[in-house]
Design a protein around this ligand. Sequence first.
Ligand code: FAD
Length: 564
Amino acid sequence: VASKLILVSTLTLSAGGLVAYSESESDIGCPGGVVDQNENRKKRVVVLGTGWAGTSFLKDLDSSKYDVQVVSPRNYFAFTPLLPSVTCGTVEARSIVEPIRKIIKKRNGEVQFFEAECVKIDASNKKIMCRSNIDNNLVGNDEFSLEYDYLVIAIGSQVNTFNTPGVIENCHFLKEVEDAQKIRRSVIDCFEKTILPGLSEEERRANLHFVVVGGGPTGVEFSAELHDFLEEDLYKLYPGVKDLVKITVIQSGDHILNTFDERISSFAEMKFARDGIHVQTGCRVVSVSDKEITMKVKSTGETCSVPHGLVVWSTGIGTRPVVRDFMEQIGQGKRRILATDEWLRVKGCENVYAIGDCATIDQRKIMEDIAAIFEAADEDKSGFLTVGELRAVLDDIIIRYPQFDLYLKSKHLADVTDLLKDSEGNERKEVDIEGFGLVLSHVDSQMKSLPATAQVAAQQGSYLSRCFNRRDHFEKNPEGPRRFKGSGHHVFRPFQYKHFGQFAPLGGEQAAAELPGDWVSMGHSTQWLWYSVYASKQVSWRTRVLVVSDWTRKFIFGRDSSGI
Ligand code: FAD
């Protein structure tokens, strides 16, 4: 079981499926090999970002075939799933980061890295503009541009504040390593502030009211970590203020962890209730000041304000300005998030790929294609297919869009089976296409966008690097080993996401896990599974040893509560 539990997909994880290129768009998919015939030079691949997607791409890319340049404002990879542990000192910040130069040095070809931020993508001139963000840049050349043959955008996302007034100024976020370090210092400061002389009880309570906005996995994990930090370490050092402390989780939906199985969601709510973590559901935050947080109760429309000492904002993700500007240039301005096709190519733009949190695969065309497959199969236009015909249609869909296989098998198999059988359980001779269309539209709504997780980002990076590695091979064998039935455009498989499940650590050495096939596990043993999976998924032996020794140190000596 443990070996299958690759919840946070690794940088070494194989995404499965073959490499994909389009016959009809051969210039995009398989553009004349890796060497530019005119200039007799290697083609240049510019990669933006050194997060899960970018690093996974770089790690697997055969860089001897390309001139590879990487641009990112941070020169390290951060293992984000352990950021909540950094906020309370369970794990040290340095234990979860690995210098990007170490990761890319292993490649047989040279990879150049520039610590800078891409500020503009000029798709028509195949150029990007960058700015170095290193302080005291004495050389003065802090702006530069790079030309590319292929661009891989992997710059992740930014925090989404929903334009709520006061959030940027008064809330903490939990996206970067620096954010986690800042939260750690602020929590200790709240305690130190509270025991200063001359404060009223009301002020002390306010200082020790920790508010978490967002009841998703990050908000829940942070609340659980904070609760453990207080119970296991801080109450021993600040015993006089224990009764004044409160943790509140504000969630706009009806339940916390609402993307998880219901059993996990209610287990988490019960555990939080037992631990004294106050969960306020059905509330939307309307503003945050340095002293108060104001929210609206969705059912009654009433607003109320509560004083706070620290607010952590964790409500989802938004598009970075540089990507937004790029979307305007390529006619995607009306979309919320950058769209790619299933081959991860940015729509409306040649030789640009986007992977990870900054993009989403546009599913609309897939559903149109599927509707066309059904229409073609229903030769007599009766609205019915024989069971044999339906099975052939399903096979066809799954070959073209393997991601349906997972969903049909895991979530909708019962619905499909129901359609294939009559009320007495006998197999039908014919199946109503409309009924089947309903099942597919359910599947479609679930597939609309892949979750913004490390698991997806790493699989996309790995998939895309294999596409790049085999470009020359496909140049020599344009027909490829696998052709879809009929005259489908694509010779090879599109990106196929494999979901390995997800974890939710809930504090008190307990965790919940949701695995494919509706398998749910909760409690202390799941926490040990979490430890083993997260240790095994570290990007290097160095970070693995550091993380495990941090956990051991915490068990023996507790967490460090000095405010540095
Ligand atoms: P990122 O990893 O965010 O990387 C983006 C990269 O782009 C960074 O290197 C950044 O410096 C760089 N960049 C930013 N702007 C620019 C620019 N202008 N130019 C060039 N480079 C730029 N997922 C899971 O699967 N499991 C988990 O348990 C989990 N836990 C999480 C816990 C927390 C606290 C957080 C914040 C996220 C968690 N995630 C988890 C989600 C996961 O971290 C993201 O889905 C993943 O990081 C997305 O990878 P990415 O490469 O798209 O973006």
